[in-house]
Design a protein around this ligand. Structure first.
Ligand SMILES: [Zn+2]
Length: 85
């Protein structure tokens, strides 16, 4: 179901949305959407054990947090498996 929004996007967000919308419908796109949803939820809520007093997770993976470091390593590993352009 399509829904009109009025959200300001930065350049990266716009690129991600454009690429997603240019992807033809099909099983690959479905898998990509599912993966992106799970991945972005995971990274936006890393489950830091030592969450800051204001309830905000670590802002940077350079913080000494095992959860953030593990996520950062996973993202680097995933990226390293992508074919180079
Ligand atoms: Zn953290």
């Amino acid at each position: 179901m399509a829904q009109a929004t009025s959200v300001l996007l930065n350049a990266t967000e716009q690129q991600i949305l454009n690429a997603l919308r240019e992807t033809p419908d099909g099983p690959l796109k479905t898998r990509l959407e599912e993966f992106l949803l799970e991945l972005t939820r995971m990274v936006s809520n890393p489950g830091c054990a030592e969450i800051q007093a204001d309830g905000i997770p670590c802002g940077t993976a350079s913080a000494d947090c095992q959860e953030c470091l593990a996520l950062d390593k996973m993202l680097a590993t995933l990226r390293s498996t992508l074919p180079q352009h």
